[in-house]
Design a protein around this ligand. Structure first.
Ligand code: FES
Length: 531
């Protein structure tokens, strides 16, 4: 890296520094630089601590060159420039003496050096989930004139092997955050950084919550075989599936993998409907970040497909496979959304099956029914402490009906024979969730009075959402994004008012994000039942 020409700048006379007790702050070119004379060496560093900016001139020097910032006890080696305790690097300035005058080199380091340092700092902050430092390092990166979106592939690389069961909503929410970022004017650089910090912060948090890494021990495949990929996923053979990803990326590219992954994602009612959502969002992300990021994004996705629980095997959803078998693509007996109210899983299978030949009409009915159920969620299930674990249901269980529909609609546009899987899986959501709604409650307060501006207000609110747990804010984001996308396709959709009301309630009703008493009571009952 070529070093810039030095910018030697006069500070003060060495004698004056001595007269001031060996420590002073000078302000050349608008900078604030601390000079400290120690054992005949003059050190010069930024006077603003790189942690929170308090003045290092109030710090303590020990062992000749170890400067402690007394606000939070970070320690800096003024010889090497290393941060010994704490995080961010302190900027030092080269010093020379010319005719008794202290002269400082104020030349900025090369931009690439600053970027590399910011990425190294971001990695440390990522490993520690230091949200504030992530923001500082991204701001440093952006200050060099670079696009901070360029750091995202690094973050996905750092995260990829951190998840035992594959990807999380951190990856699935990323393209929605980036779409939100695109809507923010370039004149608001702080706001435009928020989506990136949220993506990286969420990845960091989810990774830290697991005791990884869980390496991808790949076998090798000599040829890409889509059928072999599907079979490996069905057999939960992660090594085989990952080997297929590798050979496909080397030979035919990520797009060639997609049809097989789509079929695998919609084969089962799996992972509580996450798989088609995760697949669609992963490919959206590859489209944004480029093929270089594909491996780090596809590995966790394929692990999810292999390890996801297949709920269509549990008694509640066991009717899924027989319903799939008797699917009639010519049936057109379309139900009304209200017909689905209060219906269990098997009744929902029947209704959906009778309308299999009218995909567009059925899609709208199911969107309406899903939003209607969410709008009528019975809050006692959010608050309860005495019910069994099977009744631990919250908003997030309801949002997936619509985000799953949105993702699977996109998939089925390419592979229409998968509509049966998509709609029957929606029936699983609807039939199950109907147990947790109160159709008699008054929901009129959630009607949206300003539909023209409502979605913009929801997205604006997400830029300072204040939710401590990423999982809640990302679900608001994902649902709002899915609704917006479907309305862009069909601006006069009949389900629009009920979708807005449901989203309005989600945004404004307080979420209970931690259940201490419920968890403890259920633990006691569980242990008692096992003894
Ligand atoms: S401001 Fe210096 S350690 Fe926090």
């Amino acid at each position: 890296m070529t070093r810039p020409e030095p910018v030697w700048t006069n500070a003060i006379a060495k004698a004056e520094l001595v007269r001031k007790g060996g420590k002073t702050v000078v302000k050349p070119n608008g900078k604030q630089i601390l000079l400290w004379l120690s054992e005949d060496t003059i050190y010069a560093c930024n006077n603003r601590c790189p942690h929170e900016g308090y003045p290092l001139s109030e710090g303590t020097l020990a062992d000749a060159c170890v400067l402690t910032c007394n606000w939070h006890n970070w320690k800096f080696d003024l010889d090497s420039g290393e941060t010994l305790v704490g995080g961010d690097k302190l900027r030092l300035y080269p010093v020379t003496i010319v005719d008794g005058l202290i002269v400082l080199d104020l030349a900025d380091p090369p931009a690439q050096e600053v970027r590399d340092a910011a990425i190294a700092g971001l990695r440390q902050a990522f490993d520690e989930h230091d949200y504030e430092r992530m923001a500082r390092e991204l701001a440093r990166y952006q200050q060099t004139g670079a696009d901070p979106v360029d750091v995202l592939p690094f973050a996905f690389e750092w995260a990829a092997d951190g998840f035992e069961f594959g990807m999380t909503h951190a990856q699935a929410g990323a393209p929605d955050w980036l779409a939100l970022r695109d809507r923010i004017a370039a004149t608001e650089p702080e706001a435009r950084l928020i989506p990136l910090i949220e993506i990286i912060g969420h990845l960091s948090w989810d990774r830290m919550m697991q005791n990884g890494p869980f390496p991808f021990r790949t076998k090798q495949a000599s040829v890409f075989d889509p059928a072999a990929l599907e079979a490996a996923i069905e057999d939960e053979a992660q090594d085989e599936a990952t080997a297929q990803i590798d050979i496909a990326l080397e030979t035919v590219g990520a797009d060639a993998l997609r049809p097989a992954l789509e079929r695998a994602a919609l084969r089962h009612y799996q992972n509580f409907g996450h798989t088609p959502i995760y697949l669609e969002k992963t490919y959206e992300l590859i489209g944004i970040l480029g093929v270089a990021a594909a491996r780090a994004l596809l590995y966790p996705l394929v692990r999810t497909l292999c390890t996801g629980a297949r709920e269509d095997l549990i008694p509640e959803f066991r009717g899924y496979a027989p319903a799939l078998e008797k699917w009639d693509p010519t049936a057109t007996d379309l139900p009304q959304p209200d017909d689905l109210r209060g219906k269990g899983v098997n009744a929902c299978f029947d209704m959906v099956t009778r309308a299999g030949g009218n995909a567009d009409g059925l899609f709208d009915v199911l969107m309406h029914a899903g939003c209607d159920a969410m709008l009528h969620f019975d809050p006692q299930y959010r608050e309860h402490v005495d019910k069994p674990v099977q009744q631990n249901v919250d908003w997030l269980d309801f949002t997936h009906t619509m985000t799953h529909l949105n993702a699977s609609r996109r998939i089925c546009a390419r592979q229409p024979d998968l509509w049966a899987n998509s709609f029957l899986q929606t029936a699983c959501f609807l039939g199950r969730n109907t147990n947790f709604v109160d159709w008699g409650q008054d929901v009129s307060q959630w009607t949206v009075d300003n539909p023209d501006t409502f979605l913009d207000e929801v997205f604006d609110g997400l830029l300072d959402h204040g939710q401590p747990l990423y999982i809640y804010s990302v679900h608001v984001l994902k649902l709002a994004t899915a609704i917006r996308e479907e309305l862009e396709r069909n601006p006069h959709a009949t389900w629009k008012p009920v979708a807005f009301a449901a989203l309005n309630r989600l945004v404004h009703e307080p979420a209970k994000q931690k259940h201490m008493l419920r968890v403890t009571k259920q633990a006691f009952k569980f242990v008692e039942a096992q003894s």
